[in-house]
Design a binder for this molecule. Structure first.
Ligand code: RP5
Length: 161
């Protein structure tokens, strides 16, 4: 597979959030694919995705879901490929439900859990990049440049708006 990063989500409604991860990966020149894989609505799809992930050459999985967000944890139970979890912000409980569902994994099956919502999704892209950069010097340089550009964009003094 030419795409080392798989972005999966529980619903189409999660895509505006997970798109933030994809945008970061695009900025860093990392190929990715995105799939809707629901732990509750398409459990067989989840199983097939996790079972075949190693053979398909995946290196990192970014998994986002909201509410009773079982997708990241179930995927982590099915494959040893690192799973980065993104708690999607919900209407009912503002994503705290998603966060707690994802972060409280039992010993043995870790999910690297990000912040709730768009910032967490963007950071998931950066975390995936950092993992891949460990064995890719060219990507490591692009990631260093990305971080330096962000740092340089922060003004030293505040202005009245
Ligand atoms: C979860 O339920 C999804 O990850 C999504 O965040 C949430 C709501 O899904 P929809 O009702 O919008 O399809 O499974």
């Amino acid at each position: 597979m030419d795409e080392p990063v798989g972005i999966i989500m529980g619903s189409q409604s999660d895509w505006p959030t997970l798109r933030e991860a994809a945008d970061v990966l695009d900025q860093l020149g990392i190929p990715w694919h995105a799939r809707i894989v629901s732990a509750h609505r398409t459990p067989d799809r989840l199983w097939d995705y996790g079972r075949s992930a190693v053979d398909r050459g995946l290196r990192v999985i970014i998994a986002g879901a909201g509410g009773a967000a079982h997708l990241p944890g179930m995927m982590a139970s099915k494959t040893r490929i690192p799973v980065i979890g993104v708690p999607v912000q919900t209407k009912a409980l503002s994503g705290v439900d998603s966060l707690y569902s994802i972060v409280q994994m039992p010993k043995g099956y870790p999910v690297a859990t990000m912040a709730i919502g768009a910032a967490g999704a963007a950071n998931a892209g950066l975390m995936a990049a950092a993992i891949l950069a460990l064995s890719d010097p060219s990507l490591a340089q692009r990631l260093d440049d990305w971080r330096a550009a962000l740092s340089a964009s922060i003004p030293e003094e505040p202005v009245d708006e």
